[in-house]
Each structure stands twice: as structure tokens, then as C-alpha cells.
Design a protein around this ligand. Structure first.
Ligand SMILES: [Zn+2]
Length: 216
């Protein structure tokens, strides 16, 4: 069985989108990037694991070295919207624009192979399959989608990671990953990996930076 370990969210992007980031707070110093990410990458190295990091493309501007660093350590980088927009609410023109900006931002950093997409909020729009394919994405992991529905290109089938990522993630929490997650991002990676390898039901183990930094 294939196991995909994924991490969602990076930095202050989601808080900016939700209006939760204080207007006078500086950008580019979020502890999920400056503190947790280096520890997590070291932990993954130590465990010999490679993961998929679903990051908001805005991080290419705020944390270019961090985004490059994730890829340079051998992990997959996937797009998690531009600034964590509630994807299912977007109109096609806006969706098209954000996907294009995101792809261009990763390419400008020299981070190639960004072909995965995870929609914030879990929902796609009716236009998403067409737009994702047009922008070169070959897999996505919407909430509760079956593998065949998640494939954005019939010619390039979605890999295992696209199978019901969020539903399976909750199973992983019940398997024990959540307890360690509140302690630190790094230790949660180890716990998540252990939970995954100990349970045949778990195919995707996903951890969010928000959960791991204890910021609710
Ligand atoms: Zn998210």
C-alpha cells in the first residue's frame, strides 16, 4: 500500500486571507516557517521520509528560501491556493488568475514539478478540472473525492494521494497522530508516520501547520 504524508499551510497566508493577521504585524517571520519547518525537515530526514507540502503560493514571495528548501530536501511541493482562498466560492476568472499566478510564482523560484493542488475548504468548482488541467496540474485532493473524480487529466491519472485525503486524515488523528501534533511539528511528523505505518486503513496522513503550531 502506498502512504502519502502531507502537510498543509505555511506561514501567515491563511490568516491574511481570513483577516486574522494584525495589520501592524510584520510579514515573513511566522514561526511555522522560522521554527517548525526546519525541525520538521530534519525529522523527516532522520526518518527517511519524503512528504508533500501543500503551501499557499504567496509563500513564494514571503519565504522564497523556505519554499526552495522544501523542494531541495527532496519533498514534493503542491499548491494550496494563493492565499488560502475558499476555493469552492471562486468564480472561474478569479480561479484561473490564481492558478496562473501560483504556477508562475513557483516557477520563478526554480521550484519545478508543482503539479498537485489541494483546495482550501476542500471544495472545487465546476470549472476546476478544466482550469487545473490547463495550468498543468495533474492531481488534486478535494474533500471526500474519489480517486477517479479527483483526476484532473484522463491521460495522466491521479496518484494515490488524491484519495479522500481529509477523510483519511481524520482516521489518522484517531490513530494517535493528533496527540503529538500539539507538542511540536517535528514530533507530530514522527507520530503521523508511525500511525500511518501501523494502520492499513491510512493512506494519506495530513498535518496542518496551524494544528502543529497550536494556533487553533
Ligand atoms: Zn488549508
Amino acid at each position: 500500500m502506498q502512504i502519502a504524508l502531507t502537510f498543509d499551510n505555511l506561514g501567515e497566508a491563511a490568516d491574511l486571507e481570513r483577516g486574522l493577521w494584525p495589520g501592524d504585524a510584520p510579514l515573513g517571520r511566522h514561526p511555522s516557517v522560522t521554527v517548525a519547518l526546519p525541525r520538521l525537515l530534519d525529522e523527516l530526514d532522520g526518518l527517511g521520509l519524503r512528504a508533500t507540502f501543500c503551501v499557499e503560493a504567496l509563500n513564494c514571495e514571503l519565504y522564497p528560501d523556505a519554499v526552495r528548501g522544501i523542494a531541495a530536501r527532496g519533498h514534493e511541493v503542491a499548491m494550496h491556493a494563493w492565499r488560502h482562498e475558499a476555493w469552492g466560492d471562486l468564480d472561474p476568472a478569479r480561479e484561473d488568475d490564481l492558478l496562473g499566478r501560483g504556477r508562475a510564482a513557483f516557477a520563478a523560484l526554480g521550484v519545478d514539478g508543482v503539479v498537485g493542488f489541494r483546495p482550501p475548504g476542500g471544495a472545487l468548482t465546476a470549472a476546476s478540472p478544466r482550469l487545473l488541467a490547463r495550468h498543468g496540474f495533474t492531481w488534486c485532493s478535494p474533500l471526500g473525492a474519489r480517486r477517479e473524480r479527483a483526476a484532473v487529466s484522463p491521460a495522466r491519472p491521479a496518484p494515490t494521494i488524491a484519495t479522500s485525503a481529509v477523510r483519511v486524515r481524520r482516521r489518522a488523528w484517531r490513530a494517535g497522530a493528533a496527540a503529538a501534533c500539539s507538542a511540536s511539528m517535528a514530533s507530530s511528523a514522527a507520530a503521523a508516520a508511525a500511525a500511518a505505518t501501523n494502520s492499513r486503513r491510512v493512506k494519506v496522513v495530513s498535518v496542518t501547520a496551524r494544528q502543529c503550531t497550536g494556533s487553533a
